[in-house]
Design a protein around this ligand. Structure first.
Ligand code: NHX
Ligand code: ZN
Length: 662
């Protein structure tokens, strides 16, 4: 049960990150209202048509020829020409008939083109008749006032209906009134009443132990503010949750509200921004007004970087004015309210570096809580949470899954579990097995398998040797990441891939980077030394290598010529895109050094591959045959890998996850 919720919360996180929250409960009445409008219009139209029909006063429809026949045989008593177009015929035989309104009812009616030609024709026919037998022709103009009025009102009603419809569309589900009047209202979603109340608590948050400790304090502030204020301390106004996407920032904020049992306003930074000037600031004001009314409460602003980006970085771009106004309003509001009111602002971002420094000043978001990607133990805990609702077979161990998913976030893990269940269901399995989870991981990292992609035999050979090159090198190089498997089944955008299990390390040595570069170049080299020609397939590899080499030189001070200098800017304050922080001479030197690094790595890797060309060929052959090969197959060809057990070591040495990096 608690799990179901966890999953939902996760989804909520994703929703909030991408979409706008909408008011709960306001959707349905709005939909009903719309239908009502449509019905009203239809009804009016129906009535109008009926009324217009009443304008003609009955009588069987006939034709002018028929009338002339009747006229000739002297059956007609009199005719009435209505509105110069309809002729009503009254016969001598049945003079007493009455219509609904009590007037005389004609036996026949018919339409005429012009009154003159009609009268001429009648005269012509009657020219031989005695005068007493001649019929009388009466002219009448009948106004159908109802039809006239409706003719005016109907378009008006339709116009109003269309206008209301458009307004509602613009409103995006913002209650019954036209959106235009609500534009300055905050779009925060409020979790307050019984069914909306936040039920998430800290037990639903797996991992994130450090963050939880820090955030527990905030719960305490909300629960008993007196304890803190009595000693003269001030309660913090806000805390910033910083961390990569999917790590559970929203979840954590909700858990705070759930634990403290206070109302929870949730909105996304992008909700403040609208195409109209001044709306953002108005929404901030409204949000704070609402929050103060509900105090004690928590206001959660997701993706605050949408409004909180540092101001005035690009003075030549004037388009940010509206955003800056919004930010200024937020800063003012945060300064303005007293902390003992018990409103605490939580904000989430994955880019703390781009935020305006004024936001982080004491008295605003004076606390930063870092929510990091889970380590192996935290992943295990997260897996345990997400595995609860899934029927798994006994062989599935959270510990194993945690080991297979380095770099995954909480949201990714939720995704793995869900995907694994779907894969197992597709295969009509009774329970989700280990292989389903591994397939799910592959799918999430690499994308969908595309077995039907048309690849010629020649291309297949190139791909096999390319991947065998990667595999061979990463097997033989001491510091390269341990290989899990190699495949030449197209997946996602790649035609083939070598899969590694990246070690979870906090720091990387120069040797490790160089060995990684060598292994990445291995694909291109294998193509070169086996076929004597190279292909475009190495695009991704070269891109990666180039970036790594530039990082070595310009960030990590790993080149002799440049020395211990870093042009990395962790403050994010400097726009290096237009002006580089180094001279042209240095630029030339950097480019040279990058070339040297890549060339050296290329030559080193090339030598190794030439030396082990037999193994490489064997491996490629095996790949063409089996399409997927695992580390066992590599072991058979190249022998045991010395440093392969480093990952194992780490796990045995630090079973309780104490990060003791020596
Ligand atoms: C392509 N992709 O887009 C194909 C599908 C040896 C082929 N043409 O390094 O998949 O070739 O170790 C325009 C021109 C990507 C766009 C050329 C986009 C080349 C992955 C590179 C496997 N595994 N490479 C790898 C791979 C490719 C690429 C391009 C492009 C391999 C290699 C992409
Ligand atoms: Zn490659």
């Amino acid at each position: 049960m608690a799990n179901d919720k966890q999953t939902n919360e996760e989804k909520q996180t994703q929703n909030n990150e991408s979409g706008k929250p909408s008011m709960p409960g306001s959707k349905n009445p709005k939909a009903n209202n719309n239908i009502f409008v449509v019905y009203a219009i239809l009804l009016v139209a129906f009535i109008a048509i009926n009324f217009m029909d009443l304008g003609s006063s009955g009588g069987t429809k006939t034709t002018d020829l028929e009338f002339y026949r009747m006229l000739k045989s002297n059956e007609v008593e009199r005719v009435v020409i209505v509105n110069k177009e309809i002729v009503e015929v009254f016969l001598k035989t049945n003079p007493g008939a009455k219509d609904v309104s009590g007037g005389a009812k004609p036996e026949y009616t018919f339409n005429i083109g012009s009154v003159e030609s009609f009268e001429r024709k009648v005269d012509e026919i009657q020219s031989s008749f005695p005068d007493t037998n001649k019929i009388s022709i009466e002219h009448q103009t009948r106004h159908n006032y109802v039809a006239d009025v409706i003719g005016w009102i109907l378009p008006l009603i339709i116009l109003i209906g269309v206008w209301m419809f458009i307004m509602r569309k613009m409103g995006g589900g913002m209650g019954p009134g036209a959106q235009i009047f609500n534009i300055g209202k905050s779009r925060a979603k409020l979790f307050d009443n019984a069914e909306d109340k936040v039920k998430t608590n800290f037990n639903d948050v797996a991992g994130l132990e450090e963050a939880k400790i820090e955030i527990r304090e905030i719960v305490d502030f909300l629960k008993n503010p007196k304890k803190y204020t009595e000693l003269g301390g001030k309660i913090p106004k806000g805390a910033l949750l910083v961390g990569p996407p999917g790590t559970g920032k929203t979840l954590l904020a909700k858990a705070v509200a759930g634990e403290a049992g206070v109302p929870f306003f949730s909105m996304s930074g992008s909700d403040f921004v609208e195409m109209f000037v001044g709306v953002g600031a108005a929404r901030v004001r409204d949000l704070f007004k609402e929050a103060k009314a509900k105090a004690p409460c928590i206001v959660f602003i997701d993706e605050i970087d949408a409004i909180g980006r540092a101001r005035g970085k690009n003075p030549n771009m004037g388009a940010n004015d509206e955003r800056e106004n919004t930010l200024n309003q937020l800063l003012t509001e945060m300064d303005g309210f007293e902390t003992d009111k018990g409103v605490i602002i939580l904000a989430a971002t994955n880019r703390a570096d781009v935020l305006d420094k004024a936001l982080m000043r004491a008295g605003r978001f004076d606390r930063q809580i870092h929510v990091e990607l889970p380590d192996i133990n935290e992943r295990e805990a997260i897996f345990k949470v997400h595995l609860k609702p899934i029927k798994v077979s006994d062989e599935v161990k959270p510990e194993f899954l945690a080991k297979q998913t380095p770099g995954f976030s909480g949201a990714d893990i939720a995704n793995v579990c869900n995907e694994a269940a779907l894969i197992a269901a597709r295969k009509d399995k009774k329970s989700v097995e280990k292989q389903d989870f591994l397939d799910a991981v592959d799918r999430i990292i690499g994308g969908l398998e595309k077995r039907n992609k048309i690849i010629t035999r020649e291309e297949k050979r190139t791909i096999a040797f390319h991947e065998a090159g990667h595999a061979t090198l990463s097997w033989l190089l001491e510091h390269a990441h341990p290989l899990i498997k190699v495949t030449i089944i197209p997946r996602g955008k790649a035609l083939g891939a070598a899969w590694y299990l990246p070690e979870e390390r906090q720091i990387t040595t120069k040797e490790q980077i160089i060995d990684e570069i060598c292994a990445t170049l291995g694909g291109r080299i294998a193509e070169e030394i086996t076929f004597g020609k190279i292909s475009t397939g190495a695009l991704n590899d070269l891109e990666k290598v180039t970036k790594q080499a530039y990082a070595m030189v310009t960030y990590f001070g790993m080149s002799d010529k440049i020395g211990n200098i870093s042009f990395y800017d962790s403050t994010g304050q400097y726009e290096y895109a237009f002006s580089k922080p180094y001279s042209n001479e240095t630029a030339i030197l950097i480019d040279k050094e990058v070339r040297v690094i890549i060339d050296e790595a290329y030559n080193k890797a090339r030598e190794i591959l030439i030396k082990h060309k037999d193994g490489l060929t064997q491996l490629a052959q095996l790949l063409l045959e089996k399409e997927v090969i695992f580390s066992e197959d590599l072991e058979k060809i190249f022998g045991k890998r010395e440093s392969f057990s480093s990952q194992e070591h780490k796990l045995i040495d630090e079973p309780n996850g104490n990060q003791q990096n020596l």
